[in-house]
Ligand binder design. Structure first.
Ligand SMILES: C[S@@+](CC[C@H](N)C(=O)[O-])C[C@H]1O[C@@H](n2cnc3c(N)ncnc32)[C@H](O)[C@@H]1O
Length: 325
């Protein structure tokens, strides 16, 4: 997956004139911080250079993960056509770009971001795009009231891990109260990211939320450490990205995990829920496919599908890691 062309151009323009060799050190430190899940740079201290490094090396990956999560929601709920959105910890507006690509009917969005520097870059990227009407708020979601009223789509992408653990539950309560229809939370696809998603999932189910994706059920997660649930998106690396990261390979795999829930009242009773989701890359070849499925009964099933299964085999051959059945 690549950034949409307008966003790609806007990012390239923002990076124009920047000595990439200069940015490479900041980008390497940023990537290492994300790998280690360290968040020792607070929003008020995010510099221009941090934000530019984020645009160059992290925004394409978070865009791909968020867009894939939205696509999974749209796949399960083709009836969902949000008009209004709220994105918390919006950074440079990544989730809104992904949302408006997935749901072109979006007309209006509130973007809450603690860093004025990120907000400024977000505004700059959005300036020439046909995005929904945006209201930016520079605010700390952990302490401030977000008074925009309930929105059709509420998103929190790569932010839970930046919140102090003690504030996560209250932030989620706020977000659920502001969700008129669907709430999507995306995290890095690490064991720790999965644990944060599991905690959010339990809290939201307890609050009455209906799980849309990725789980085809609302039972406890059947996976146990050292295993963990996650998916991956292949992200094309632009020339700038390769130079900034000093990388030769023209792509990288972004591992991510997400949870999407909805208010039960908005779920059409006629909508068939997926029976299963593929939670690992399919294995096999020459007429045999081994699929690791999380199924509606809340269990993991390793299923062998062979050519003898006819139509089922032909359909299974088209499945990819993360797809729903
Ligand atoms: C890793 S970035 C993700 C940005 C964007 N959502 C994306 O996917 O590219 C996390 C963002 O959350 C913001 N953030 C962290 N804590 C926050 C808080 N308490 N209130 C508002 N924004 C916050 C940070 O400033 C940063 O822009």
């Amino acid at each position: 997956m690549d950034l949409p062309p307008l966003l790609r151009r806007a990012v390239d323009d923002a990076l124009n004139g920047m000595a990439l060799s200069d940015l490479a050190g900041t980008a390497a430190a940023l990537s290492q911080r994300y790998r280690d899940e360290r968040h020792d740079v607070k929003a008020h201290a995010i510099s221009d250079r941090d934000a530019l490094a984020y645009l160059a090396v992290r925004m394409p990956a978070t865009y791909a993960a968020v867009r894939a999560s939205f696509d999974a929601v749209a796949d399960v709920r083709p009836d969902f056509t949000p008009k209004t959105a709220l994105d918390i910890g919006a950074g440079p507006g990544t989730a809104l770009w992904a949302a408006s690509g997935c749901w072109p009917g979006l007309t209006e969005a509130v973007l809450v971001e603690a860093s004025p520097v990120f907000r400024a870059y977000g505004e700059r990227l959005a300036a020439k795009a046909e995005l929904p009407r945006i209201t930016w708020r520079v605010a700390d979601v952990a302490v401030e009231t977000i008074d925009c009223g309930p929105r059709d789509l509420v998103t929190l992408a790569y932010v839970l891990n930046e919140l102090v653990a003690a504030t996560r539950q209250s932030v989620l309560r706020k977000l659920w109260a502001l969700t008129a229809d669907t709430l999507v939370i995306v995290e890095p696809g690490t064991p720790a990211g999965w644990q944060r998603i599991l905690a959010a999932r339990s809290q939201l189910i307890e609050a009455g939320a209906h799980v849309i994706a990725p789980c085809p059920h609302a039972h406890a997660c059947p996976l146990a450490p050292p295993d963990w649930c996650h998916f991956a998106q292949r992200v094309a690396r632009s020339r700038v990205h390769r130079q900034t990261k000093r990388a030769d390979v023209p792509w990288e795999d972004e591992k991510f995990i997400f949870i999407a829930v909805a208010r039960p009242a908005v779920m059409p009773s006629s909508a068939p829920a997926p029976e299963a989701r593929l939670i690992a890359p399919p294995r096999g070849g020459s007429g045999r496919l081994q699929l690791r499925l999380c199924e509606g009964d809340g269990q993991i099933h390793d299923r062998l599908i062979t050519k003898r299964d006819g139509d089922l085999y032909r359909r299974a051959r088209r499945l990819d890691w993360g797809d729903a059945l």
